[in-house]
Ligand binder design. Structure first.
Ligand code: ATP
Ligand code: MG
Length: 466
């Protein structure tokens, strides 16, 4: 039992200045009554749509060890309550206490694209070297970061915390809570531009990750972005003891030396902080190679074993919705390949995905490379041009057919050469039938769009036809 104790009632009360009755031990922390697990401490948070206090009895009935509340009844028959002044603050207090009691090396990850991919790569390689705790999925905001920290087991050796933002000022408090020893900035790109006046504004907002850097901490920054110097200066101003660049740039300290692309993996020669190494990455595409350089630099600086990490990269695969591969039986008796990149889209990640599609090998000679693409959202005033601009990439990568949906994709579809046009529909649901009719075994499909474009519906339908 003790091995699973994350929080005792006394520890949680002391961390949050809360008051409670009953002695309990929680093995997890949850803010979602739908997924709350047996033994969790359920924290009743007020979100934009729901107030968790409504679900307290429900969570306790599902086996939650206790519930943290700031309103409602003083006691609940058959359930343990921890009463605090404000549950959002309580969650943050628990997170701060978890960070305070931990001896983990903490790695913070931010950037315009590639945060989750980088975080998952770090989790994969570090968990082979020591107890590793990382953000679940995309829990990277003002709820996700404290929740991740509050869930961090005491014996964690490596913690990997993803930090995301939509506005200036959002990352600094997350960083101050996580207090990273190592802060990685994956990329700076014009995404989420709708809330910013300039790309420099985005770079500055990402550089807020240095606000909580531990004394002696290290910044690991994409060396290939034109904003490197600006971010490096911010890192130094925030007290970074070292600034490491990763990428293809000749001055990068985690440097790409050679890249051999393959349809389902990459072979790489690199020099990581003076150590030459060669390794294979089990996910294809140059973007994975670049993310890996930052990952290896972080592993080395966190005291991990570089050679072991390099070997572990061979079995990295793209996470769900971010390039995950499926092979499925098709109605004509053959098989087709599907790349599920339906979680997220922006111009740089679209281009990265087209390059992966271009490298994919159809399983028979009739097979075609088909891009099934939906709108990229949150791009701001340049959104039309950003969509139309991708036509040149599709042509350059020799994509055979394009199926597109969404009001923004219409502009792109209309400028494509006629032989590349598969079908256009106003939304993803209306694209399903035309797509099903057109595809045949041997085809390779890339399905990609912003989450709000619901391209996942197409993936679901292809994997589990109704
Ligand atoms: P979010 O803002 O949703 O948290 P994120 O920064 O976590 O996004 P990922 O989920 O890792 O990003 O990746 C989003 C998309 O970008 C995926 O399609 C992924 O394959 C692609 N991608 C990952 N790394 C890079 C990179 N370095 N350059 C370009 N595209 C990338
Ligand atoms: Mg993410």
């Amino acid at each position: 039992m003790e091995a699973f104790a994350l929080w005792t009632s006394a520890e949680a009360a002391s961390a949050t200045h809360g008051q409670g009755d009953g002695f309990w031990t929680a093995s997890g922390v949850s803010i979602d009554s739908r997924t709350v697990g047996f033994g969790d401490l359920f924290i009743a948070i007020r979100g934009p749509n729901f107030d968790g206090h409504v679900f307290v009895a429900d969570a306790l009935a599902k086996g939650a060890a206790a519930a943290m509340v700031d309103s409602g009844p003083q006691t609940l028959p058959g359930g343990n309550l921890l009463r605090v002044k404000d549950t959002f603050q309580g969650l943050n207090d628990l997170a701060a206490a978890a960070r305070q009691r931990s001896a983990a090396r903490v790695i913070g990850v931010t950037g315009s694209v590639g945060k989750t991919s980088t975080k998952e790569m770090l989790r994969h390689v570090l968990s082979q070297q020591g107890a590793t705790h990382a953000s679940v999925g995309n829990l990277n905001n003002h709820w996700g970061v404290p929740l991740t920290l509050a869930r961090m087991p005491v014996d964690t050796r490596y913690a990997v915390i993803e930090m995301g933002m939509n506005h200036a000022g959002e990352i600094a408090p997350l960083s101050k809570l996580a207090r990273p020893h190592i802060a990685i900035i994956t990329t700076i790109e014009p995404v989420h531009l709708e809330n910013f006046d300039s790309i420099e504004g985005i770079a500055d907002a990402k550089a807020e990750i240095f606000a909580g850097l531990e004394p002696g901490g290290v910044a690991i920054i994409n060396r290939d972005t034109p904003h490197f110097e600006r971010i490096a200066a911010a890192a130094r101003a925030a007290g970074a003891a070292e600034v490491i660049g990763f990428g293809e740039h000749p001055e990068a300290q985690a440097k790409l030396v050679k890249y051999a692309p393959h349809s389902a993996c990459s072979c790489v020669a690199a020099e990581i902080l003076g150590h030459p190494m060669t390794f294979k990455i089990g996910a294809p595409g140059r973007h994975w190679v670049l993310n890996a350089l930052g990952v290896l630099a972080a592993v080395h600086l966190a005291g991990g074993d570089l050679a072991e990490a390099g070997m572990a990269l061979a079995d990295v695969t793209a996470p769900k919705g971010r390039g995950e591969r499926h092979t499925l039986d098709w109605r004509d008796g053959g098989q087709l390949d599907l790349i599920d990149d339906s979680y997220n889209a922006s111009p740089p990640s679209m281009r990265a995905a087209f390059a992966v599609l271009a490298m994919a090998k159809p399983s028979n000679t009739r097979g075609r490379r088909i891009a099934v693409i939906g709108d990229m959202l949150e791009l701001g005033p340049e959104e039309q041009a950003a969509h139309v601009g991708l036509a040149a990439d599709l042509v350059r990568e020799k994509i055979d057919l394009v199926f597109a949906c969404g009001p923004l994709m219409k502009g792109l579809y209309e400028v494509l050469p006629p032989q590349m046009r598969g079908h256009y529909a106003p939304n993803s649901l209306e694209l399903i039938q035309p797509l099903r009719r057109a595809v045949r075994s041997g085809d390779v499909l890339l399905v990609k769009g912003s989450l709000g474009s619901r391209m996942g519906k197409i993936v679901e339908d292809m994997l589990n036809p109704a």
